[in-house]
Design a protein around this ligand. Structure first.
Ligand code: UN1
Length: 497
């Protein structure tokens, strides 16, 4: 019989009141049913929020360094369980095992960074403009936070949100993507093993429209952090806007790699291949546009097509596999529809373009690495996020045109330029309208101690990871202490003579 998993609320594993379940399958082999998970509703969400609310006073008043000790323990438990977590992740998400291990490592790095932050939740002191008056700032937790996480980094991204929230003194409800619920169960088990107090971390499974929306609407939830599509991000932001709830969004991308005529071609080729087809293109940082200098375009594209055709597609748990499946049939249908759109728009399909169903792959949601040449900025395949292994190639004549083409996008997450010319590199670093710029590296590969996020429709101005994420989960409180014994009236007593 299929194993049934539960929600994690107030330190206990509980069933949903709805009595409804959804199935979770291995995308590389749909005959492999991973389990059934509760289809939770607003009442389940409310129970979790009440648990998080009750746990808040105790947790927020626990000294930061003490919370830090628990974060270090979370890191250690994940290290001990790394292989199991990575294998679960690959079975559930499809990305190859090496990438699964990387996903878990990113969570471990985030735990240790957050743990250290427990002794580093600095405020500032600064001179007051008046005598005998003290001025300083302290941070305080925002409160109960709702975290809505995607399936493409099912261990790393929940922890990008959860660990900074915890070290800041917030309590959380995680609503994980319904394509990767087992990873969230494993994460809750890690929290249990590390001794996180009951109610501080809660996990509620279910669909975005039902459980996710209920979390965003809940009056006791003070913050929503969401990673996913720009369309859903807009909806959540408008719900949060009604209650002036804090809302941190990390949304889509249409990331481009520029290859200049002086670039190291072998390096640029490896970068394009990895950037476009790792995680089968299902990263918000994936390379989905390739901007090639006219002088190298022909030879570069020829080599790229040859390399893409050779990529070994299959079950990510098998040694030697280079690209796994898409997450589900709906995704595959969507990716296939973009191939038709591209053809209809007059782009030239030079590689792939179809579902991959050879041998054992017939059991999963595989898709060929796909490359379109002759793409122009007017085309939808140039403009819209496809979230799959589809790369659009554009040809340009010089650096100015390359940067203008890169910036001709409603998104602004990641970017890359390959060049040996230091002037071109610095021009690109300054002028590219993206949150992340790589020079001589692919568009993917962000590190946990640097800000992660983007401009334009990629988000609403927040940055995850690094020191910047702590501004999301903290309120700044400004404190003035007047020890003059007189009424001092700031600007009124402080005007130039
Ligand atoms: C994402 O693209 O959804 O930079 C997250 C990277 C990873 C995180 C990506 N470290 O590709």
């Amino acid at each position: 019989m299929t194993e049934r998993f539960r929600n994690f609320i107030n330190g206990k594993w509980v069933e949903s009141r709805t009595g409804r379940w959804f199935e979770d399958k291995n995308p590389a082999n749909t005959g492999d049913v991973i389990g059934e998970f509760p289809k939770s509703d607003a009442a389940d969400v409310d129970t979790a929020v009440q648990a998080a609310k009750a746990a808040l006073p105790g947790w927020s008043r626990t000294p930061g360094p003490k919370r830090g000790e628990l974060l270090f323990r979370l890191g250690r438990v994940m290290e001990e369980r790394k292989e199991d977590l990575a294998r679960t992740l690959t079975r559930e998400n499809g990305k190859i095992l090496d990438e699964g291990r990387g996903d878990v490592q990113e969570a471990i790095d985030t735990a240790y960074y957050a743990g250290g932050e427990g002794r580093r939740l600095f405020g500032i002191t600064t001179p007051s403009e008046l005598g005998d008056k003290w001025a300083m700032t302290v941070r305080q937790p925002v409160g109960v936070c709702g975290l809505i996480s995607p399936w493409n980094f099912p261990i790393a991204i929940p922890t990008w949100k959860m660990f900074p929230a915890l070290i800041s003194g917030c309590t959380v409800i995680l609503k994980p993507a319904s394509d990767t619920p087992l990873c969230a169960v494993k994460l809750a088990q890690v929290c249990e093993a590390a001794g996180i107090p009951p109610g501080v971390v809660n996990v509620v499974h279910g669909g975005g429209a039902e459980a996710g929306t209920a979390l965003a609407r809940h009056k006791d939830v003070r913050l929503i952090s969401f990673t996913g599509s720009s369309a859903v991000g807009r909806e959540l932001a408008s719900i949060c806007g009604q209650d002036l709830k804090r809302c941190s969004l990390e949304l889509g991308g249409k990331n481009a790699q520029i290859v200049m005529d002086d670039a190291d071609m072998d390096l640029a080729l490896k970068g394009a291949l990895w950037g476009a087809f790792a995680t089968a293109g299902q990263r918000c940082t994936a390379t989905s546009r390739l901007i090639l200098h006219r002088a190298i375009k022909g030879a570069f594209l020829e080599r790229l097509v040859e390399a893409a055709r050779k990529l070994k597609i299959g079950d990510g748990l098998k040694a030697g596999t280079e690209m796994g499946p898409l997450i589900n049939e709906a995704r595959r249908t969507e990716v296939a529809s973009y191939v038709e759109i591209g053809k209809g728009e007059g782009a030239r399909l030079v590689s792939g373009g179809a579902a991959h169903k050879a041998g054992e792959c017939a059991r999963g949601y595989f898709f060929e690495p796909t490359i379109f040449d002759g793409v122009t900025p007017a085309m939808r395949i140039f403009r819209e996020e496809i979230f799959g292994p589809v790369l659009s190639v554009v040809t340009v004549g010089d650096l100015d045109e390359a940067i203008a083409t890169m910036n001709d996008s409603s998104y602004g997450l990641s970017s890359s330029i390959y060049t040996k010319d230091v002037r071109a590199a610095f021009q690109a670093m300054e002028r590219i309208e993206c949150g992340i710029v790589y020079v001589n590296g692919p568009t993917i590969g962000a590190e946990s101690h640097l800000p992660f996020g983007g401009m334009k429709d990629t988000g609403n101005g927040h940055r995850e990871a690094s020191h910047t994420v702590y501004d999301v989960y903290n309120e700044w409180k400004t404190i003035y202490v007047d020890y003059s014994g007189r009424l001092q009236r700031a600007q009124i007593d402080n005007q130039p003579a």
